[in-house]
Design a binder for this molecule. Structure first.
Ligand SMILES: [Zn+2]
Length: 585
């Protein structure tokens, strides 16, 4: 206590308090998260040590500057800010306990752009009560800032805040340009501020102009067929019995395959382990990682091509993660090349009840459209199987095939019993959100001139190697996604689909040109060097299937990884729970 009274009576009591609190905070952080500090000490070169010392000092002064700014506030505001800071610390430590890092700019971007459901589910899936114990020392140190004497007058407060505020801005700009996003996080609060500013700097640099136009082309009549592109959410390809999974998760899809109506080239490698990145690549056909040239913002979309070929274009967005940005870009005007944009509220307006799991209701609606007219090009971003899985299938005996299952908002426990419940719950979800979706769609459609291309944005870890996260990392099981065609009885280009070369290795990047082929887009109209279509792939293509995790435009942390040929152990295989063969049935 004598130390505290010494500080508060020092010549610059607020600066001293901030410095002492910052020192304590960094000591606590290094004690609680030693691995992050050991990683910093790995460099032995002179330049490496100089960079370590200068960046460490720069970030330490950020902690002090932020704390100093807090001490400038009047008492009541200071209390409010400290409570808010405690909340941020809990979120940051939850992230760190789950993903071994504080929030990156990308995580923050997702947190503010994704729909409400996803945000709440993400917070629940990351939060564990133990985090409160970790957060306590950080919060105690922050409370030291309460001791600093208040500033007299608002003018004085503003005058004293200019330098530290400017320092935070400029030093974060330096970090944005020169220091890997993953390094030098000495405090959860300054790290959070760094992520916010990273997003701001990134967005200033981003491309905000219109997309490239397609060359002029005139079609004389509306196409006779319809094409549906279904992009699922969090569906792991190897959990479908269609792909050899030992549990009967997709009996309907297998019956379609037996009747020659489904063509399955096998597990596809997703473009990314993040929803928004996969969707950006799928919708724009971009094929380089990361997207430093902002091609995913400049390329014409798949809707532009469909419109040019005379299709009526419809987008059904239940997931609301990536393509909502197209809507935002359009302001109050129509989204370019899109005749109809539908989300959950559009269904409410039409008095169509999608029920709680959404997808099967969407399947029913799709069959209505197909039965009413031809010449539609429809993209669906399904609700799919985002964690928590239990919310994605009906809570009844008939839909609970594999038991026991997880509770509705339980977090992931990678232990044997926890994993058993996790996989059971997920497999029940696959049976409903994937197999039942297609059963309803195909059985209720009488029009027989349509094709469906199906994939998922990314897969799931299913705690296979003890992971407590579901996706957003580089693990190969996260890019294990389904990829198949359903072609109806009288579909005009059935021959193209039936002629797919055996043993090819498909990536998300092949889907764009595949859709162009299905739409008969002539070569001179294809303005970008897209990857080969699935119809053009041979067994020699795609010997490495690349994918990316992290920052879409490469401004922050990102990693580009690949699935080689032949693949490593365990690629395209999912391990169900239980040791007994009968457990799988
Ligand atoms: Zn996703």
């Amino acid at each position: 206590m004598s130390l505290l009274s010494a500080i508060t009576h020092a010549p610059c009591p607020r600066a001293m308090t901030a410095l002492v609190a910052a020192t304590l905070a960094v000591l606590i952080d290094s004690a609680l998260r030693p691995r992050d500090y050991r990683a910093l000490l790995n460099s032995r070169s002179f330049a490496g040590i100089m960079k370590l010392l200068s960046t460490f000092t720069l970030v330490f002064l950020q902690v002090a500057a932020l704390f100093y700014l807090i001490t400038l506030l009047p008492g009541a505001l200071r209390v409010i800010l400290l409570i808010f800071s405690a909340f941020i610390i809990i979120i940051q430590l939850s992230y760190w306990r789950t993903l071994s890092q504080f929030m990156t700019g990308t995580d923050l971007y997702l947190a503010v752009t994704v729909s409400g459901d996803h945000r709440i589910e993400a917070i629940l899936s990351f939060f564990k009560p133990l985090v409160l114990v970790y957060a306590l020392p950080y919060v105690l140190i922050l409370s030291v800032l309460m001791l600093a004497p208040p500033v007299s007058g608002i003018a004085m407060t503003i005058a004293l805040s200019i330098v530290p505020a400017l320092y935070l801005l400029v030093s974060n700009y330096i970090l944005f340009h020169h220091v890997a996003e993953r390094s030098y996080h000495l405090n959860p609060l300054t790290s959070f501020l760094r992520a916010i500013l990273h997003c701001r700097f990134e967005s200033r640099r981003a491309y905000h102009g219109p997309r490239d136009e397609l060359p002029a082309f005139h079609v004389t009549q509306r196409p006779l067929d319809s094409i549906i592109y279904v992009i699922d959410e969090s569906v792991r390809g190897s959990n479908l019995s269609l792909n050899g999974y030992p549990r009967d998760t997709t009996p309907f899809l297998q019956s379609l395959e037996a009747r020659g109506l489904l063509k399955n080239p096998g597990i596809c490698a997703a473009a990314s382990s993040f929803t928004h990145i996969s969707n950006a690549y799928l919708i724009t056909g971009h094929n380089e990682f990361p997207d430093t040239a902002y091609r995913t913002d400049k390329n014409p979309t798949i809707f532009d091509y469909a419109k040019k070929m005379g299709y009526e274009t419809i987008y059904i967005d239940i997931n609301r993660v990536y393509l909502a940005s197209l809507k935002k870009a359009a302001g109050d005007g129509p989204v370019r090349s899109l005749d109809r944009w539908m989300n959950e509220s559009s269904f409410d307006e039409l008095n169509i009840d999608l029920d709680t799991t959404k997808d099967v209701g969407v399947a029913r609606y799709l069959s209505t459209i197909l039965n009413e007219k031809s010449g539609c090009f429809i993209v669906v971003n399904k609700k799919g199987l985002h964690f928590h899985y239990r919310n994605n299938y009906p809570d009844d005996v008939a839909s609970t095939i594999w038991k026991p299952v997880m509770k509705f908002s339980q977090s992931i426990d990678p232990g044997a019993t926890g994993r058993e419940k996790l996989v059971n719950t997920y497999d029940n979800g696959i049976r409903y959100q994937v197999d039942e979706f297609f059963r309803v769609l195909v059985s209720e459609t009488t029009n027989q001139n349509y094709a469906i291309l199906y994939t998922s944005d990314h897969g799931q870890t299913l705690a296979e190697h003890g992971q407590v996260y579901t996706h957003m990392k580089t693990d190969q099981e996260i890019v294990d996604v389904p990829g198949f065609f359903i072609a109806s009885e009288w579909y005009g280009k059935k021959g193209l689909i039936d002629g797919i070369t055996p043993d090819i290795k498909v990536s998300h990047l092949n889907n764009f040109a595949t859709l162009l082929d299905l739409m008969d887009v002539p070569m001179p109209l294809r303005v970008r060097p897209y990857e080969k279509s699935i119809f053009a792939l041979t067994a020699e293509d795609n010997s490495e299937r690349y994918y990316m995790s992290g920052s879409l435009h490469g401004s922050g942390d990102y990693e580009v990884t690949s699935i080689p040929t032949p693949p490593g152990d365990g690629w395209g295989v999912s391990r169900p729970v239980g040791n007994n063969a009968k457990d799988y049935l």
